[in-house]
Write a protein that binds this ligand. Structure first.
Ligand code: HEM
Length: 83
């Protein structure tokens, strides 16, 4: 999907895609929302002690043993709307 035409989602819409309430597993990083549903490492929305369905920008910077290149193979499904 082209960046300019991506739909916006609110934080509450993103929160439903936490791998528990809906089948989709999404997480936001730097205002883009990634679909990580296909990842073996994000099953049921949990990745180590991190939960999908939210903005994980700070967590990735602070806690992750990897950088944002881990998102390369996942589809961007939308942009995070600031309320
Ligand atoms: C305690 C903190 C974390 C640990 C120990 C951890 C560990 C790992 C490991 C071992 C991998 C697979 C190897 C690699 O690609 O380097 C991975 C992949 C990944 N991580 Fe993390 N991670 C952490 C936090 C995060 C956070 C905060 C995010 C932000 C959204 C994140 C997103 C991802 C993604 C998208 C992948 C790729 C999954 C795949 O390829 O199927 N991780 N992580």
């Amino acid at each position: 999907m082209k960046k300019e035409t991506l739909p916006f989602y609110t934080k509450s819409q993103l929160a439903l895609r936490n791998g528990q309430d809906r089948k989709e597993i999404w997480c936001a990083y730097n205002n883009l929302i990634y679909d990580v549903s296909s990842s073996r490492l994000w099953q049921k929305g949990k990745h180590y002690e991190h939960w999908a369905g939210q903005d994980l920008t700070e967590e990735l910077k602070n806690d992750a043993p990897h950088n944002e290149n881990v998102f390369d193979k996942f589809e961007v499904v939308g942009k995070l709307k600031e309320n």
